[in-house]
Design a protein around this ligand. Sequence first.
Ligand code: PHE
Ligand code: CO
Length: 327
Amino acid sequence: MGTQATTLAPAASLDLARPGQPSPTSTAVPAVDFHTGVNQGVPPVTYGEGDRPPRGDYAKARADYTCEQDWAQYSAADHDTYRRLYARQLAQLPGLACDEFIAAVGQLGAPDRIPRFDDVSERLMKATGWQIVGVPGLIPEEAFFALLAARKFPVTDWIRKPEEFDYVVEPDIFHDLFGHVPLLFDPVFADYMQAYGEGGLKASRLDACELLARLYWYTVEFGLIATPRGLRAYGAGILSSAGELRFSVTDPTPKRVAFDLQRMMRTKYKIDTYQAIYFVIDSFQQLFDATAPDFAPVYRDVRERIARDGELAAGDVLAGERQFAVA
Ligand code: PHE
Ligand code: CO
């Protein structure tokens, strides 16, 4: 899917490298132990197949990988890129994005320039007790989980170059901010994200990050929600993608099945094409409640199931599984 892959959500896809990838094992910088989640001033090697480190400046980041947003250093071209990305996405939201997202997107502030993180944080703190914090880019999973558990959402501080308008290999400020932050204004979703962070710290100890990452992928990044007026997107990878937003909600090609935790954890995902399958929730409360139980036995069950029956490819549908129709 050549062309499609380039207009899609690679930003989002690699974003999942955050909670998803096995701990970075760089041979280029053998003295650095990323598993501690403590910044040592060099880029983490977070790509499954990447042959280059993330582009951010990790030397400027603190031990927890956060950094000041140096708002003054954004150029006029940077602000213009944000303005154009924002306008393109905003125009597509009606009928495709969930109501909670549409209601909150204005909280990001003026649509014509890159927001100041402190301004957004002030509003977010009042609404749900969350903050956004700057980061140089992708960060190791333990550091990512720790921030979420503290109700701090890491937002990449740089924006794609004009020539990357339709395709950026790593998550940038537009994906992180426009895609993820509006739903942090929703109290239930906000609690889910914190619980995910705590679950991630636990999953690291249980060596289950890969299974947990599938949950993140199929909910936070690529989730759909069923509403009385039809399916809507709530996943950030979809909401920040020019092409996948409409595709995910209306195109007959991909599979759409009901949210099912264990089924989702068995299902691999694609990071370089539109998704072949989307999982549909009924409500954020359902998502929160379904993920509240202790995952230790869930990981055990899923591992047993995978050992017995194998993993599922993204496009697989099980016998008797109900699929959602598009309008
Ligand atoms: N209940 C999960 C656990 O015990 C934590 C979690 C909550 C994980 C929400 C993901 C999302 O590990
Ligand atoms: Co993301």
